[in-house]
Design a protein around this ligand. Structure first.
Ligand SMILES: *[C@@H]1O[C@H](CO)[C@@H](O)[C@H](O)[C@H]1NC(C)=O
Length: 359
């Protein structure tokens, strides 16, 4: 009798606890133990569907995240992922991509890769067939072509070429140079002599042109697919793919292929994906921060907000966003400087749902 009452009490308390817990979570979905799960930056719905089909059919988290990001590359999501997107100063499109296995902590990545359109598959080749983590430039192209990926391919498209011609006609403005001459036209550039400050009279942010703003980073010229997948086993993987910033200085590598910055996963804890001004974000490793905060017990929402705040404290004009998902599938987003959307597919959803996060 006692035992029965205790059991009933236990059930009632459990129900009470779990319902108040979900209410407290706001727009986060309580998805305890209900794998698989796919989360991605932006309303890249088709990419999430592709990853979902893969993981629902029993593929691993790594292979599913590759299927998802690959779909984005083929669809050229927002014109900034895959071939034919964001040209650099020379009009060339290059690819940055990363994949991370949150169970083994293995990472594979390519950066500034030329002539090959399959960024995320290239990243997986680095992870699965080398002891390295990151291979760059034309050497990365040679490696992945030797391992069977199609190429060399012309990554320019009529759109990326037209965009670049227009930018050249506009005096190569805006661009990513600072403290150079000429200031308002195309290069070649040379360093502008900086005034030397006497200690104590240094005024930050004016003459020296110090703090970088994100004024020319926006949806059109910079974003990344960053995706997390939890598979049937509860294993977590993340992947990213991007062309990097439009009109970047050739050779520039942003946060996309940097583990801990654009994405991070640990099957014991959860995962994170980031997008935005990668040149700033990669100085803070925000996704590493998010996962480590969650490891210490922080809710995904707080962990994401905290990681954003660590950046805005130093760069108040920074533009970027983060999603966080814990190993139980509780997800949340945080952003600064723009409205952020991320997409989710879980077993309790009929189709992909898009969540909107306000700064
Ligand atoms: C690559 O494609 C672009 C746009 O379609 C074109 O303008 C360019 O000439 C091509 N480059 C080469 C080397 O074929």
């Amino acid at each position: 009798m006692d035992l029965l009452i205790n059991q009933n009490l236990f059930i009632i308390i459990t129900i009470l606890l779990s319902s108040s817990f979900s209410m407290g979570l706001g727009n986060e979905i309580q998805n305890l133990g209900q794998y698989p799960l796919v989360v991605s930056t932006w309303p890249f719905v088709e990419a999430v569907r592709a990853a979902w089909r893969a993981v629902d059919n029993g593929l691993s988290a790594v292979d599913s995240v590759v299927e998802g990001c690959s779909a984005c590359e083929e669809l050229r999501c927002d014109g900034t992922v895959g071939p034919g997107g964001s040209p650099d100063e020379n009009g060339e499109t290059t690819i940055d991509a990363l994949v991370m296995d949150g169970t083994t902590m293995e990472v594979g990545a390519v950066a500034a890769m030329r002539y090959v359109k399959d960024g995320i598959r290239a990243a997986r080749l680095v992870m699965q067939h080398t002891q390295h983590t990151l291979i760059v430039g034309e050497k990365a192209s040679n490696f992945v072509i030797s391992m069977g990926l199609p190429g060399p391919t012309n990554l320019s498209s009529p759109e990326s070429t037209a965009k670049w011609v227009k930018w050249k006609d506009n005096g190569c403005q805006p661009n990513f140079w600072k403290n150079v001459l000429p200031a308002n036209s195309c290069g070649p550039y040379h360093p502008r002599k900086l005034p030397s400050f006497v200690e104590g009279t240094c005024s930050r942010g004016s003459v020296g042109g110090i703090p970088s703003t994100s004024s020319h980073i926006d949806l059109q010229n910079h974003d990344t697919i960053s995706m997390a997948v939890i598979d049937h086993m509860g294993h977590i993987a993340v992947g990213t793919s991007t062309n990097g910033a439009t009109f970047k200085i050739p050779g520039r590598v942003g946060d996309g292929p940097i583990a801990g910055s654009s994405a991070y996963a640990d099957t014991e804890v959860g995962a994170c994906g980031a997008t935005g001004d990668g040149d700033i974000m990669m100085r803070f490793l925000p996704c590493y921060q998010v996962v480590e905060s969650m490891r210490l017990g922080m809710e995904p929402k707080l962990a994401a907000e905290d990681a954003i705040m660590r950046i805005t404290r130093k760069y108040p004009n920074f533009v970027g966003a983060i999603f966080a998902v814990d190993k139980n599938g509780v997800h949340a987003g945080a952003c600064h400087g723009w409205i952020f959307q991320y997409s989710v597919r879980s077993p309790v959803m009929e189709d992909v749902q898009v969540f909107t996060v306000l700064p």
